[in-house]
Design a protein around this ligand. Structure first.
Ligand SMILES: [Zn+2]
Ligand SMILES: [Zn+2]
Length: 370
């Protein structure tokens, strides 16, 4: 089967066109309309097609290989039809709700709930000063996370008691709800409330976690911040997220880095930028000036005749690149400051210079325009 043919769209159809086509066909063949067996099959086919074309990744896979991987036979080259609960279409109005319950995550969730479940990831923000980001630091943060219950070792049962089939769902992990709607009855598979879909329950629940496998704990953890880390970077601590359930692995902890600015230094990647004001005469005659870098003071030999706005590069005086010994540069921009109020003697000397330079200028007193 070709999902494009099933939905009656072109190979280059847009997401919107695909959604539209599916919506139209799904409404037409929806089983709740009491159609024939053929209609029902058609409904399955278009839903299956949408499951492929409505998912960017699966669509790309289909376009490339002509099939979509997955367990189970038939369908679009081995695509597992049981996955169709995942379809999520906004039908607008009341119909959407019916579809939601029809496709409802219930049954699928129930299946998932039976095996080991990976713990959730935890995302936190770690605030760093400018210096901490540049030179690295160890930050202690307090997080609240679900950890494996120590009392039952994450099994949910009181040690010594058995784990038995759930009495509510008889081990299936789900129960069937019949819902009456204007379009007829809808049968929904929902996760069993008693066993949360596991199908098994402890004969006697663990008295610490009450059968939830995990307990919420506040934990202080230390995060090592490497020198040179950038604002908005993230550090992933594998397995430091929430504990898994029924033997599932723990989630990860993501520390998102937020770095404060500095009054003295501007950072761009691994480079540092500063601006330095110098006297007009320093610019004219040149000088050895002291530039403050993140690693300390550096002497810069500034040649005579340095223009305002000139940028000097101090090689390797920038920020260390994370995980290496390489460093960025320090760029210092020179700004010439005009001398303030001149003494009588200074003014005479400047006028002397004007004569020497044979400049035809008409000196004014200071500040009449300012
Ligand atoms: Zn427990
Ligand atoms: Zn149950």
């Amino acid at each position: 089967m070709d999902p494009y043919k099933s939905l009656g769209v072109n190979k280059d159809a847009s997401e919107v066109e695909i959604k539209k086509a599916y919506r139209k066909l799904a409404l037409k063949y929806h089983p709740d309309k009491g159609g024939t067996k053929e209609d029902e099959n058609k409904f399955k086919e278009v839903t299956e097609a949408y499951e492929v074309l409505g998912d960017k990744q699966k669509r790309a896979q289909y376009d490339q290989f002509g099939s979509v991987g997955g367990a189970g036979g038939g369908g679009f080259g081995g695509f597992d039809f049981s996955g169709f609960q995942n379809v999520n279409v906004d039908f607008g109005g009341g119909f959407g709700d019916i579809f939601d319950s029809f496709f409802g995550g219930g049954a699928r969730k129930a299946q998932k709930n039976r095996g080991p479940l990976r713990g959730n990831d935890i995302e936190i923000v770690v605030h760093l000063t400018f210096e901490e980001a540049v030179f690295g630091a160890t930050k202690e943060v307090e997080i609240s996370r679900y950890e494996k219950c120590e009392h039952c070792k994450g099994m949910g049962n009181e040690p010594g008691s058995k784990i038995v089939d759930c009495t509510t769902c008889h081990g299936t992990g789900q129960h069937i709800k019949i819902q009456r709607t204007p379009l007829g009855q809808i049968q929904t598979a929902a996760t069993c409330d008693n066993c949360h879909g596991a199908g098994k329950i402890p004969e006697k629940k663990c008295r610490e976690c009450h059968g939830e496998y995990r307990t919420l704990k506040n934990q202080k953890i230390k995060i090592k911040i490497p020198a040179g880390i950038n604002d908005k970077a993230a550090i992933r601590l594998s397995g430091k997220g929430e504990a898994g359930v029924r033997g599932g692995e723990a989630g990860d902890l993501f520390a998102h880095i937020s770095v404060s600015g500095s009054k003295e230094f501007e950072r761009e990647g691994n480079d540092i930028k500063t601006t330095q004001s110098i006297h007009l005469l320093q610019a004219v005659l040149g000088d050895e000036i002291t530039v403050k870098t993140i690693h300390g003071d550096v002497t810069l030999k500034m040649p005579a005749g340095t223009e305002s706005g000139k940028v000097f590069k101090l090689k390797g005086d920038g920020v260390q690149k994370v995980g290496t010994t390489q460093k960025g540069e320090h760029f210092v921009k020179i700004m010439i400051e005009m001398p303030g109020k001149l003494t009588k003697k200074e003014r005479e000397l400047y006028e002397e210079l004007v004569k020497e330079a044979k400049l035809n200028i008409k000196p004014q007193s200071k500040g009449i325009f300012g």
